[in-house]
Design a protein around this ligand. Structure first.
Ligand code: UDP
Ligand code: MN
Length: 382
C-alpha cells in the first residue's frame, strides 16, 4: 500500500467507527459521523504532504475524530426549530406513603362560598380546600430550602420578636427555612432559639429618611441579594413585612413558581375603584378596565428566578418613576400589582394569608393565618 493513502484511509475508517459509536452512546445524528471523517481525511492528507511522518498522522486524526464524534455537536445535529429538551427518563418517581383521609368527590366542592381558581387556573388557597398531610408528604421528598426576606429598619426592629417567634412556629413548620433579616440595628436583634430546621441570617442594611424609600428599596435589595447569594442558597423565596404575626399554619400550600396574596382591604372591590395606580405617567400605571385582584406587597414570593424577575422589574419601575418625578400611589405595591397583572401568578393566597388587623373578619375568612400588628403609623415611621 502506498504510504500516503493509508494515512487517509485508516483515519477515515477509524473516525467513522468512532463517530458511529459516539452516536450510539449519545443518540446524535449523522453529522457526527461525517464531520470526523472529513476532518480526519483533511488532517491525514495534509499531514502526509507537509511532514511525511507516519503514525502520528494516523493517531492524531483518530483521536480528534474520536473526541469530536463522541462529544458531538448537538446544535449542529438538530434542526434549529426544535428546542433542546432534556428529560431524565431514569428519574425515579416520587412515591408518597399510604395514608388515610376523606375521599374527594367531583360533585362535592370543598367550598362554594369563595373563588377557588383564577380565570387562568391558578389555585387560590383557602382553609378547607386542601389536605396539609398530603401536601407535606409530597413536599418533604423534594428537600427544598425556602428563604424569607424581611426588613426591620429604624423603629421596626420592635416587630422582630413577634415576627420571628410566630414564624418559627407557624411558617413551614417542620421544613427548612432561612430567615434573612435586613436591619440597620443588628445589635438590637433579640437572640431567639429557633427550631433546628430554621436559620436566621442578619444582614446589615442602610436606612433611608423616608419610610416609603425603605419600603420601595426592598425590591432592589432583594433583587441584588438573589443575584449574589440566594440564587445559590434557596429554591423558593418569599418577601414578608416584619410588622405581622402568624396565628395559624402557613405551610407548603404557598409554594409555587409565582405567588401573590390578595389584599384583605380590597378583595371585593371592583377593579376601577381599588388602589391601582392609574396615572399613565407612572410606570406602575394599569389602564382603567384592566386588573385582576389587588395584591398586597406585604407577602409575595415564588421560585428564586421568578422573584428575581419580579423584584428587578418592579425596582426598574420605581427608578424610572423617580427620574420622572413621580411616585406611585402605593409605592412598590403599585408596581407589584402591575407586574402581577401582566405576569400571572401561578398560585394565589387568599386574604387569610395577610389579614389586616383593623378590619372586622367576615365569614369567608375561616382562619386568620397572618395578620398585621396594630401600629401608630406616625410614631413608628418617624
Ligand atoms: N419598613 C421598615 N422600617 C420603616 C418602614 C418600613 O423596616 O421605617 C419595612 C418593614 O419591613 C415593613 C415594610 O417595610 O413591614 C413595609 O412598611 P409598612 O409595614 O409600614 O407598610 P404597610 O404594611 O403599613 O403598608
Ligand atoms: Mn406592614
Amino acid at each position: 500500500m502506498d504510504i500516503k493513502k493509508v494515512h487517509i484511509v485508516i483515519p477515515i475508517v477509524m473516525a467513522g467507527i468512532i463517530g458511529y459509536l459516539g452516536t450510539k452512546i449519545m443518540d446524535i445524528k449523522k453529522v457526527h459521523i461525517v464531520i470526523p471523517i472529513v476532518m480526519a481525511g483533511i488532517i491525514g492528507y495534509f499531514g502526509t504532504e507537509i511532514m511525511d511522518i507516519k503514525k502520528v498522522h494516523i493517531l492524531i486524526p483518530i483521536v480528534m475524530a474520536g473526541i469530536i464524534g463522541y462529544l458531538g455537536i448537538p446544535h449542529i445535529s438538530r434542526p434549529s426549530s426544535q428546542p433542546v429538551r432534556q428529560v431524565d427518563l431514569d428519574e425515579t418517581s416520587l412515591v408518597i406513603s399510604r395514608m388515610s383521609y376523606p375521599q374527594p368527590f367531583v360533585d362535592k366542592p370543598q367550598r362554594t362560598d369563595v373563588l377557588l381558581m383564577s380565570p387562568w387556573l391558578a389555585p387560590i388557597m383557602w382553609e378547607g380546600t386542601f389536605n396539609r398531610d398530603i401536601l407535606n408528604a409530597q413536599y418533604r421528598q423534594k428537600k427544598f430550602v425556602v428563604g424569607v426576606a424581611t426588613f426591620a429598619v429604624k423603629k421596626y426592629v420592635r416587630f422582630i420578636e413577634g415576627f420571628l417567634g410566630s414564624a418559627n412556629k407557624f411558617f413551614l413548620s417542620g421544613h427548612r427555612v432561612n430567615f434573612y433579616l435586613f436591619t440597620d440595628h443588628p445589635e438590637k436583634v433579640p437572640s431567639m432559639k429557633l427550631a433546628p430546621e430554621k436559620s436566621l441570617f442578619i444582614i446589615p442594611v442602610q436606612n433611608y429618611s423616608r419610610w416609603q424609600d425603605i419600603s420601595m428599596n426592598r425590591m432592589d435589595i432583594i433583587s441584588n441579594r438573589i443575584r449574589t447569594h440566594w440564587h445559590y442558597e434557596v429554591d423558593y423565596l418569599y418577601s414578608m413585612d416584619i410588622d405581622v404575626q402568624m396565628f395559624e399554619h402557613i405551610g407548603v400550600e404557598i409554594i409555587d413558581t409565582l405567588v401573590g396574596t390578595i389584599s384583605s382591604w380590597q378583595y371585593t372591590k371592583p377593579r376601577d375603584s381599588n388602589s391601582y395606580e392609574r396615572r399613565p405617567e407612572s410606570r406602575a400605571a394599569i389602564p382603567s378596565g384592566e386588573g385582576d385582584f389587588y395584591y398586597a406587597a406585604s407577602f409575595y414570593g415564588g421560585s428564586v428566578s421568578e422573584v428575581y424577575k419580579l423584584t428587578t422589574a418592579c425596582f426598574k419601575g420605581v427608578t424610572e418613576d423617580r427620574a420622572n418625578g413621580i411616585e406611585a400611589k402605593w409605592h412598590e405595591e403599585s408596581h407589584l400589582n402591575k407586574y402581577l397583572l401582566y405576569h400571572k401568578p401561578t398560585r394565589l393566597l387568599s386574604p387569610e394569608y395577610y389579614w389586616d388587623e383593623e378590619l372586622p373578619r367576615p365569614q369567608i375568612i375561616r382562619v386568620k393565618r397572618l395578620s398585621s400588628v396594630r401600629k401608630d403609623l406616625e410614631e413608628v415611621r418617624s
